[in-house]
Design a protein around this ligand. Structure first.
Ligand code: CTP
Ligand code: MG
Length: 244
């Protein structure tokens, strides 16, 4: 629950302005908004990484875990990267990897003992994202915060991960920044942020009907996605390729 939260990074310009929202336990909420709207800042507040200047943020006692869009890997084995110093039973790792659709690790040269990082095997962006998700899952958070964490996955895998999360973690609240319309549509509710304020909070299809600015944003996302897909379909020089 957030109550009239104000927050600024520099103590000057408010990035979140009077945000009030109650997210019911066990739900999956998509946080949607244009770039700079304050989505990441909102997740950081819920995660307790930053403190509100005024207002209150309440999260369940079991705490929250945030998974970033560009997750870090440590030099160490896959297992160490998931456990990060805590004692995790082997079956819990197995379950977390399955939910995160990260079974690719079993195909690495030494499976869970494969060394990652500078001296070891490199992983793709999507592989990192899934490993980071497994890392969060073994900690059994009450609230799982995903900051565009599945953006590097193809839409089919992304949808699978979200379905897995829903099936495996019916008690866990998932708050996910998302920009793919098909993903947003899978959430129970959407929190639509614009310029640091909650403009709307409701079901995706309802907001599409009743909030023109939201519909325009979703249409722009769809347009971007189509342009990206078209670009991928064309033969391109490696050197010409835009980073995403
Ligand atoms: N900001 C800032 N200092 C930071 C991070 C962000 O001043 N260390 C500002 C940004 O310039 C932006 C606002 O805070 O105006 C909101 O940032 P953020 O919450 O990161 O926006 P997002 O909605 O997450 O944007 P994006 O989609 O680009 O990730
Ligand atoms: Mg962000």
């Amino acid at each position: 629950t957030l109550r009239d939260v104000h927050f600024s990074h520099d103590g000057d310009r408010d990035v979140l302005r009077g945000v009030t929202a109650t997210i019911d336990g066990g739900r999956t909420v998509a946080v949607v908004g244009a770039t700079g709207a304050g989505k990441t800042s909102l997740l950081h507040l819920i995660a307790g990484l930053v403190a509100a200047d005024s207002g209150s943020v309440t999260v369940p006692a079991a705490g929250s875990r945030i998974v970033f869009q560009e997750p870090f890997l440590l030099a160490g084995s896959v297992r160490e990267n998931i456990a990060l110093g805590i004692d995790v039973p082997a079956d819990a790792i197995e379950v977390a990897l399955a939910v995160a659709e990260a079974q690719f690790v079993y195909d690495l040269p030494a499976g869970l003992d494969t060394e990652l990082g500078e001296r070891g095997v490199g992983l793709s962006g999507g592989q990192r994202q899934r490993l980071a998700l497994a890392r969060a899952l073994v900690r059994r958070p009450a609230v799982l915060l995903l900051d565009d964490t599945t953006s590097a996955l193809d839409p089919t895998t992304e949808a699978k991960v979200l379905a897995n999360l829903r099936a495996a973690l019916s008690q866990t609240t998932v708050v996910a920044v998302a920009s793919r319309p098909s993903t947003i549509a899978l959430a129970d509710d959407v929190l639509y942020l614009d310029n640091g304020q909650v403009v709307a909070h409701g079901r995706h299809d309802e907001l599409m009907q009743s909030v023109p600015a939201y519909r325009q944003l979703i249409e722009a996302f769809e347009h971007d996605r189509a342009a990206m897909d078209a670009e991928l379909a064309e033969p391109i020089d490696a050197g010409d390729r835009k980073s995403v």
